[in-house]
Design a protein around this ligand. Structure first.
Ligand SMILES: CC(C)(COP(=O)(O)OP(=O)(O)OC[C@H]1O[C@@H](n2cnc3c(N)ncnc32)[C@H](O)[C@@H]1OP(=O)(O)O)[C@@H](O)C(=O)NCCC(=O)NCCS
Length: 176
């Protein structure tokens, strides 16, 4: 049984572990070791994650099975969103699973958590950025109804990469 649990600062070491491992599994191919190492050090530092976990406009969730962390979700609202968007929108900044759990509904379980948060908050839409060379993730979001609306540059070390911005409007929620 997959269990989705909101995490706190007490889970920081486990977040660092799953964050780094899934990032390497996703981006090791096609990126230099230096750029990767720099991102792993800075992007998952104790200081940075402590701040992110303390931010009231961000939430992190673990997907667990038998106490093992299989993947995680990070959502941002209001001014925690990483691009200027509607203050009432919800950003999925990260859904990252261990490779061995791809294609096993764990991603779907985390996505459904994000969707339920968007419903609770009556968000106008959900949006996210995904690397243009990440066809699996793009297909995953397309399956949920997301469509491309823009693109932006993501800096990985000294390498500029293009992220596709995708969104899912939730117009039915506005009527409530
Ligand atoms: C993105 C992620 C959460 C999706 O979860 P998942 O369980 O793997 O997703 P699913 O298996 O339900 O869907 C993936 C789809 O992509 C398809 N796919 C896989 N590789 C593909 C490729 N190279 N090209 C095109 N489609 C591909 C799969 O066939 C599947 O589509 P289908 O159900 O129509 O067959 C998960 O793969 C993951 O954690 N990846 C690594 C981290 C990452 O990239 N996160 C997103 C960053 S924004």
């Amino acid at each position: 049984m997959i269990h989705i649990r909101q995490i706190s600062v007490h889970d920081l070491p486990a977040l660092q572990t799953i964050g780094r491992k899934t990032f390497v599994e996703t981006f090791a191919e096609g990126n230099s070791e230096e750029n990767l190492a720099r991102y792993l050090a800075e992007g998952f530092s104790h200081e940075k994650l402590t701040k992110e976990l303390a931010n009231k406009n961000s939430q992190f969730y673990f997907a667990e099975m038998d106490g093992r962390v299989l993947g995680y979700l990070k959502v941002n609202m209001g001014n925690a969103q990483s691009e200027q968007q509607d203050p009432d929108a919800l950003e999925i900044e990260r859904i990252y699973l261990l490779k061995e759990f791809h294609g096993k509904e764990v991603g779907l379980a985390l996505y459904q958590k994000a969707l339920s948060i968007a419903h609770e908050r009556k968000a106008a839409y959900i949006w996210l950025g995904v690397w243009e060379h990440n066809p699996r993730a793009i297909r995953f979001y397309e399956k949920q109804g997301f469509v491309k609306f823009d693109q932006h540059i993501f800096q990985l070390g000294d390498n500029e990469q293009t992220d596709i911005l995708m969104k899912l409007s939730l117009p039915n929620l506005l009527e409530k």
